[in-house]
Design a protein around this ligand. Structure first.
Ligand code: HEM
Length: 130
């Protein structure tokens, strides 16, 4: 969730927001809104981002994994770069399969996470030097 304090009374659509209240943006709901993402909004489909966020949904400004505005996450570029490096190294050296013992049970616990963990079968890939 992303909290914001209303610094001056304002109108937001049909709502009048009085000065001094706190607004909580429930990002999990925004990112699973079928009006924006389509009927498969809750499915894990990373390929929906293949052509960028704008092609993945109707209102890209409602996709805010790192927040928005002047308090946007300053670690965003670092986190994305780090993730790309780690994923590249892992995928270059290993192949992954989901274990037949995996029980699919996503739970919301501050973050969306697998209740029983994710068991993977990991094999080393033999990369031949060129
Ligand atoms: C996948 C990784 C990360 C995610 C999803 C993430 C997400 C977020 C979100 C949603 C916020 C709130 C933004 C807002 O209120 O609009 C935030 C704030 C912040 N993040 Fe991250 N973050 C990540 C990694 C990092 C890293 C690696 C750093 C530092 C190296 C970092 C430092 C911060 C700081 C200092 C704030 C507070 C900014 C402020 O209030 O002005 N984050 N982050």
């Amino acid at each position: 969730m992303t909290p914001r304090e209303v610094l001056a009374e304002m109108k937001l659509g049909e709502f009048v927001l009085p000065k001094g209240i706190y607004m909580w943006l429930f990002v999990t709901l925004l990112h699973r809104d079928t009006d924006n993402w389509g009927p498969d909004a809750t499915e894990f489909k990373p390929e929906r981002f293949a052509n960028g966020v704008s092609a993945a949904c109707k209102y890209p400004q409602a996709y805010i994994p790192f927040g928005l505005g002047s308090r946007i996450c300053p670690g965003q570029n670092f986190a994305i770069t780090e993730m790309k490096v780690v994923l590249t190294l892992l995928l270059f050296n290993f192949s992954f399969d989901v274990s037949p013992n995996y029980r699919h049970c996503p739970v919301y616990n501050m973050l969306l996470m697998p209740k029983y963990g994710v068991r993977l079968l990991v094999s080393k890939v033999l990369n031949t030097p060129k």
